[in-house]
Design a binder for this molecule. Sequence first.
Ligand SMILES: [Zn+2]
Length: 233
Amino acid sequence: MNRNFTAVCAALLMCAILIVFLGSFAVAKSSISIAATTDDIVSDKVIYLTFDDGPSDRVTPKILDVLNEENVKATFFIVGKSAENRKPLVKRIYDEGHTVAVHSYSHVYNEIYSSAESLIKDIDKCNSLIREITGKPSSVYRFPGGSFGLSKKLIDAVTRHGMRYVDWNASTRDAEFYNPTPQQIYNAAVTTPVFPESIVLLAHDSTTKTATAQALKSIISYYKKNGYVFAAY
Ligand SMILES: [Zn+2]
C-alpha cells in the first residue's frame, strides 16, 4: 500500500516536473516570438543621412560613390554659391535619387539672419538655382547652424514661405573636430543619437570633410547591422 502510495506520489511528481518543464518551454517560446516582433520593430527604425554645406569637388563625389555602393539615399542641403560652378555635380546628386534641399545661398550668418526678408531672399536665391538644375524647387530647408536659438519671427517666416525645416538629433561632429580621423567621425555618428527610433544625422560634404567621406561606409554598415532603414526627405 505504502509502496503504491509512493509510486503514485512519484508519478504525480513526474507530472508536475513535466508541466513545469513544458510551461517554461512555452514561456521560452513566447519570449522567442516577442523577440521576433521586436526585430520587426527594429526594422522600422529610420535614419536620415544629411549633408550640409556642399557641393564640393573634393568630397561630394566620394560621398555619392559610397551611397551608390551601399544603395542608400540621402539629403544634401546645398549652398547656392558653391553650387553655381558645380551644376553638373548637383545634377548628379539629383539624378542618383538623392534629395537636393535648400541650406543657403551665401551661408553668411549676419547677412541672412539680419531680417526675415533677407532670410527669405537667401532661400529663394538658392532655390531658384535648384529649380534651374533639377527642374523643380525644394520645399525642404535647413537653417545654417540649425533653428536652435533663432527667433520665432525668423522661423515663422520660413514656414509661412512654404518651407519645411529640418534640424538634426545626431551628429558626425565633423564641423566641431579639428582635422578629425575617420574613426572619430564614425564614433560620433554611432554614439550621439538622441532619439534612436528616428535619427537625423548631421554631416558635411564641404571641401575639408574628407574624413566624413572615408567614415561613411562604416557608419552605413553600423546602422544597417542595427536594423535601420535609410530615408531621404
Ligand atoms: Zn551650414
